[in-house]
Design a binder for this molecule. Structure first.
Ligand SMILES: Nc1nc2c(ncn2[C@@H]2O[C@H](COP(=O)(O)OP(=O)(O)O)[C@@H](O)[C@H]2O)c(=O)[nH]1
Ligand SMILES: [Mg+2]
Length: 472
């Protein structure tokens, strides 16, 4: 494709790169492989002239490379701590299954067994989250920091920590010197970390809070912020009335339900902040959980992620259109972005959809949208040649015609962005409704959403962001 090649070129190129980069971020929310295949297939099937392909190649390849990189992304969460503090129990409570062996004896964690293990390297045990297809999450259990000899332990801990995305340091009471030193060393690796105060069921409230404050205000004051400390009971013991063999009554301590919601919430927040895939995480942490509050939270996070994803697609499309002076590329890259957005949303809502399905849905929505897609089409067809002309003439006239170029481009891009926004909202509603249009059919859903959209304010938001990006 032809690029503007006067002064602001490098600027625009950079903006375009960052558009592709935000596209990458969208992909981070998806099932990478599927979206990647769909996009590639889509692009391969485009009926472009040789000249047009040449222009598109670098973008397509760049995208593919980034997608490849993302595809290999795997989230690793590693647990550290002294023996018996509950490292294995905490990981089990996250999994919702007893996969890591626990017990009062030393060394339990050092013997591997079972078919679920996915790569037992030496003293470190990893397990991929079971029950989620193509799980991208690995939980890593390590031997107690007091179990392995000094330098060897340090090297091992360092190695595990270096590769992990999140470190959990487990204690079960006030910290010892050994714990403090190990924590300090791990902190140096610079990875996000949570200090997990486990076994809180063992302490009366007052004692628990006293220990918590001691840890927070004295032990790790310099190393961790209060938000990085969380209290849990991964495997609490609860009193249960029992009838003894002799007919008398007694009390027995039996394992109760883990109290780890706060930990799950913090893990999600941290990894979200780090830009790691929320989809996989939510699936992992909330799989099979019927707790209403958690379901509610999951819905909120999903809604939030969906809106973010839609907005990124809107801006990616708007920016791409503003910068591409060739009509056919406008239309095709626009559709590719809408389709990627639909695929992304479908992943987010756990509804599997292939590229054909996404194309079908896009067509359906576009038909039902009537007005708005027609106006986008008109705007694109009517203005693109003008945009191309102005864009191409820029170098000759020394950039004088850039101003009208940008204002036309931004208007056109804004219209396209609004249509993507509407398509995104319609898709979200459809998916949230279990991939169904409901009794009244797609037209009714689309008109309801279109009626509720504040087009002017969305358009202004797009224009403002674009103007800021393009420096006009
Ligand atoms: N009361 C209580 N006991 C726990 C809790 N978490 C773990 N435990 C017990 O502590 C012991 C050691 O746990 P484990 O997970 O094997 O510790 P690890 O050596 O750090 O992996 C086991 O007997 C667990 O049942 C908890 O929250 N409350
Ligand atoms: Mg263990």
């Amino acid at each position: 494709m032809t690029r503007l090649s006067s002064d602001p070129t490098s600027n625009l190129d950079r903006e375009f790169d960052s558009a592709i980069f935000s596209f990458e971020e969208i992909q981070a929310e998806l099932n990478y492989k599927k979206a990647q295949d769909s996009l590639r297939e889509l692009v391969e099937n485009l009926d472009l002239t040789a000249q047009e392909v040449v222009g598109l190649e670098s973008e397509i390849n760049g995208l593919a490379t980034m997608l490849d990189k993302l595809e290999r992304t795997c989230i690793q969460i590693a647990a550290f701590g002294m023996v018996g503090r509950g490292k294995s129990s905490v990981l089990n409570s996250l999994l919702g299954q007893n996969v890591f062996e626990t017990g009062p004896l030393h060394g339990v964690t050092r013997t591997s067994q079972g078919a679920n293990w996915t790569g037992d390297s030496g003293d470190v045990l990893r397990v991929a989250f079971p029950g989620v297809a193509n799980s991208q999450i690995e939980l890593i259990d390590t031997p107690g920091i007091d179990e392995v000899e000094g330098t060897q332990r340090e090297a091992l801990a360092h190695q595990v920590a270096k590769n992990a995305d999140l470190l959990l340091f487990i204690v079960s009471g006030d910290m010892t010197k050994v714990e403090f030193e190990a924590l300090s060393q791990l902190r140096e690796v610079g990875k996000p970390m949570l200090l997990v105060f486990n076994k809180i069921d063992q302490y009366p409230d007052a004692d628990r809070m006293a220990i918590y404050r001691k840890i927070r205000d004295e032990r790790v004051k310099e190393l961790l912020s209060p938000e990085e400390i969380v209290m849990v009971a991964a495997s609490p013991l609860v009193a249960q009335a029992v009838r003894r063999a002799d007919g008398g009554r007694g009390v027995q301590r039996v394992p109760g339900k883990p109290q780890v919601e706060e930990l799950k919430r913090k893990i999600i927040e941290i990894l979200h902040r780090e830009g790691k895939s929320l989809v996989a995480l939510n699936t992992m942490l909330y799989a099979g959980d019927v707790n209403e509050q958690l379901v509610q939270r999951k819905m909120e996070i999903r809604e939030e992620s969906a809106n973010q994803l839609i907005w990124k697609a809107v801006m990616t499309k708007a920016l791409a259109i503003a910068l591409n002076p060739v009509t056919v590329v406008d239309l095709l890259s626009g559709a590719a972005i809408d389709i990627a957005m639909i695929l992304g949303l479908s992943r987010l809502y756990g509804i599997s959809m292939n590229q054909q399905g996404a194309v079908g849905l896009l067509k359906r929505i576009a038909i039902s949208m009537g007005g708005i897609s027609a106006s986008e089409l008109l705007a694109t067809l009517g203005l693109s040649s003008l945009k191309g002309l102005l864009g191409l003439s820029a170098p000759v006239t020394g950039g004088i015609s850039l101003a009208p170029y940008l204002s036309v481009a931004i208007t056109q891009a804004g219209v396209a962005g609004v249509s993507s926004y509407a398509i995104g909202q319609v898709t979200k509603t459809y998916l949230a409704n279990g991939a169904s249009w409901g009794p009244d059919g797609p037209k009714a859903v689309v008109s309801r959403i279109l009626a509720s959209l504040d087009e002017t304010s969305i358009l202004n938001r797009i224009k403002n962001e674009l103007s800021a990006k393009l420096g006009s």
